[in-house]
Design a binder for this molecule. Structure first.
Ligand code: ADP
Ligand code: ZN
Length: 753
């Protein structure tokens, strides 16, 4: 018996068979080949999921087919595909190309990217969604006039009475301009009835024409910016435009009007915003200007997401508004991508794939040959440098609309303030400004980037802070819930009455969080209503919107909170903004600490002076000479950027070089350190062998050296071009030391460095 002959029989039989390349949800780079059984030939193709046996034993795993090619003699020993899960592709060719690019750029598996890009609901094919609609029973409808109700409930009931059909909660909120609580109150009083419905019967309904708002007439600056973007859209080429416009310069209006042009060609647009729940006003503006807007937010159920995905795929959605993952919306004919507040950190994903939505957007816009608009008052230095390198076109709007000036900013040196030295949050100058403002009938926003009551509990005798046992972080006292909480892992204990270290009973609480600030405001301004917005007070869905609505209506005069209140809010009656402590951002061990401080002060300052009533900003700091603060007070982004970039250039730090961060974590500190050293050695060998221009810094304990019971070390990798870091990784990958006790991840172009 000749084995060769048998093999050639096999070959003959397999000759016109197909081979599929399959990737998995793992860090692996390579694709694996499988034989396509004949009955699947006509259905197989890229962007479909397959079940195959993978690894040891006969276990099957789901993978993504990324390509199909004819069988070749070298593919002799392939296993067949066990099952084909999708007959239609889940993504189109451009999106496949985009996901492949992400895996190469961010050094993760293509399968990992596909897994995260394709929503779970699409994979589960959960096509139906049950939604609750509301309707008014006849007995209520007939007696409507004799039912006394609070204002909002009355509005909701009236709107429902005018409708013959049941209405969805979102639509009611939209029309009545309210949150969900009046609807729930009416339901509890049995004045309206819930009806359950399958969602498909209710497509995204356009709002009534009366609700629609007309485009504003653009001013000269806006018109010039508009014209530039429109020209780019019409050339059908890729370009990136940095729309550098101060807060209130009318950027959003430009996004809307340029998108209108795109929509008029039958194309779609994607608008990325930092966080959906923080931008209700922006969302509302888009909804009032376009018929079919899909808002993709993190609260969507799998089924809802699937439903949106299908609508978008069919081209029925004109504008997709969402947080970073909306960059993957499967618009069939994308015409424009807009990123609002391009400098925000939330565009970077902090789990694998660790992509930055701006970079993904750039690549997608290139593939689609369409423009990308990046809007911000405070561009990242990465973007600003690209303007200088002529990679981005700059579109400037240095003035606010309607000739409103930017608000004057007062820097208050708190080092000698008698109130602050006694432990208060609000110094003398800010307090008297608050009193003046309130006397004038103005409203106030106070910004403090720290939630809880007191950030540190500290023992008077041994001098130790009370730490989370699992993290290298001190616990924050939350007075309202009577707990000491770790802001990293949620570990909580009743606030200790004595020091866990030395048993001394005299614990001191130092530092000020939003809760303590709220208490101080209530004491000092007892006749005023004050609202607090931070992640503790805003845990319920819709509570942002409700709080902001109360403030807008003038039913509270002071709004205080964390960065939640720094963005996008447009309240004409806010005539004073106070930054309680500008130094918290400044002293973080991060290359971008000054940049962030500048951005934050500019953003918060932008919340005032938005009407002819004017506005002022008070910034409390112990570093009044710090350029980030001085320049922000002067509204001088360009001057600040010039100085900072000179400094970064002298250090050859990003954006003048590229960076990646490798993080090692494990439960035993020594193991982690030993592994990190071993790993670094391998990288060094490659650098020497291939003479790569790459610099390794570390390994060293990470800034938070212990997190959720895991010790962390990190290694910074720096090079003039990212390609060098890619090459280093690829060349060393097969020789990474193996261990089961230490994990590593690579973060390319990390948000924190
Ligand atoms: P930005 O996004 O730059 O902060 P917005 O687009 O939110 O600015 O505009 C700030 C305010 O000015 C909004 O209330 C908006 O309605 C108004 N506005 C924008 N453009 C115009 C215009 N051309 N005429 C009148 N008002 C405008
Ligand atoms: Zn912790």
């Amino acid at each position: 018996f000749e084995t060769n002959e048998l093999t050639s029989w096999e070959e003959a039989a397999q000759r016109d068979q197909l081979v599929a390349d399959v990737v998995f949800n793992r860090p692996l780079q390579a694709a694996y080949s499988y034989l396509v059984p004949n009955e699947l030939r006509e259905w197989i193709g890229p962007a479909r999921r397959v079940k195959v046996s993978f690894g040891r034993g006969n276990q099957t795993t789901v993978g993504f087919c990324v390509g199909v090619r004819p069988w070749e003699p070298t593919n002799r020993k392939l296993k067949p595909i066990v099952e084909l899960l999708d007959r239609e592709p889940l993504l189109d060719d451009k999106m496949m190309e985009l996901t492949r690019w992400i895996s190469e750029h961010y050094l993760c598996g293509w399968g990992q990217v596909l897994e995260s890009v394709i929503p779970a609901g699409v994979k589960k094919k959960s096509g139906t969604r049950m939604v609750t609609l509301y309707t008014v029973p006849d007995r209520v409808r007939q007696n409507r006039d004799s039912i006394p109700l609070p204002l909002k409930q009355a509005r909701v009931l009236d709107i429902l009475c005018q409708q013959a059909e049941p209405m969805a909660v979102e639509d009611i909120c939209e029309k009545a301009e309210c949150g969900t609580s009046p609807i729930h109150s009416l339901r509890d009083k049995k004045l309206i009835d819930p009806v359950r419905h399958r969602a498909e019967q209710f497509d995204l309904e356009p709002l009534e024409p009366t609700q629609q708002e007309l485009d504003l007439t653009l001013n000269e600056e806006q018109q010039a910016a508009f014209d530039k973007i429109i020209t780019a859209i019409r050339t059908q080429q890729h370009s990136t435009m940095l729309l550098h416009g101060v807060t209130g310069s009318g950027k959003t209006e430009i996004y809307i009007q340029t998108i209108r042009e795109v929509v008029s060609y039958g194309k779609q647009a994607i608008v990325l915003v930092p966080e959906i729940s923080l931008t209700p006003q922006t969302i509302r503006r888009f909804r009032r200007r376009f018929d079919n807007v899909a808002v993709l937010h993190s609260h969507l159920t799998d089924a809802e997401r699937h439903w949106h995905w299908q609508q978008i795929t069919r081209g029925e959605v004109q504008v997709v508004v969402g947080a970073r993952s909306a960059i993957f919306a499967p618009c069939p004919q994308l015409g424009l991508i807009v990123i609002d507040e391009e400098h925000e950190n939330t565009f970077k994903q902090e789990t694998t794939p660790r992509y930055h939505a701006r970079e993904v957007a750039r690549h997608r816009a290139e593939l689609e040959k369409i423009p990308l608009v990046l809007g911000t008052a405070t561009p990242t230095f990465e973007s600003w440098l690209k303007v200088h390198q002529k990679e981005y076109d700059l579109v400037s709007m240095p003035k606010r609309v309607a000739k409103l000036p930017l608000p004057p900013v007062v820097i208050v040196d708190v080092r000698n303030d008698p109130q602050i030295t006694k432990g208060a949050a609000i110094g003398r100058a800010l307090e008297s400004a608050m009193r003046l403002t309130l006397n004038d009938g103005g409203q106030i926003i106070l910004f403090l980037n720290l939630r809880g009551f007191s950030p540190t509990m500290w023992c008077k005798r041994c001098g130790k802070g009370i730490q989370c046992p699992d993290c290298d972080i001190t616990l924050t006292w939350h007075k309202d819930k009577q707990i000491a909480l770790c802001h990293s892992c949620d570990y909580q204990i009743p606030p200790p009455t004595s020091c866990p270290n030395c048993d001394h009973p005299g614990l001191r609480f130092i530092g000020i969080g939003t809760q303590k600030l709220e208490q101080e405001v209530r004491t000092k301004f007892s006749n005023q209503k004050c609202l607090r917005m931070d992640s503790d007070s805003m845990s319920k869905r819709g509570s942002h919107d409700e709080t902001l609505e109360i403030f807008r209506a003038g039913k509270a005069s002071i709004l205080l909170g964390t960065q939640m209140i720094a963005k996008g809010l447009d309240f004409p009656n806010v005539t004073l903004v106070g930054v309680i402590d500008a130094d918290t951002m400044l002293h973080q061990p991060d290359l971008r600490a000054t940049e962030r401080t500048f951005q934050l002060i500019s953003q918060v300052a932008g919340r005032t002076g938005r009407s002819s009533r004017g506005g002022r900003v008070f910034v409390q700091t112990a570093s009044p000479g710090e350029p980030a603060i001085v320049k922000a007070a002067e509204h001088d982004y360009i001057g600040f950027a010039r100085n900072e970039l000179r400094h970064r250039h002298s250090l050859q730090a990003p954006p003048f070089s590229k960076m990646a961060r490798i993080i090692f974590r494990g439960e035993a500190e020594q193991d982690v350190q030993a592994y990190a050293l071993e790993f670094t050695k391998k990288l060094k060998e490659t650098i020497e062998k291939e003479s790569l221009d790459v610099l390794l810094l570390g390994p060293a304990p990470a800034p938070i050296a212990k997190l959720k019971r895991h010790f962390r070390f990190h290694l910074q990798v720096r090079a003039p071009q990212l390609e060098l870091i890619h090459q280093l990784w690829r060349s060393t990958e097969s020789r990474f030391p193996k261990t089961s006790t230490v994990e590593f991840i690579i973060d390319v172009e990390p948000a924190n460095m």
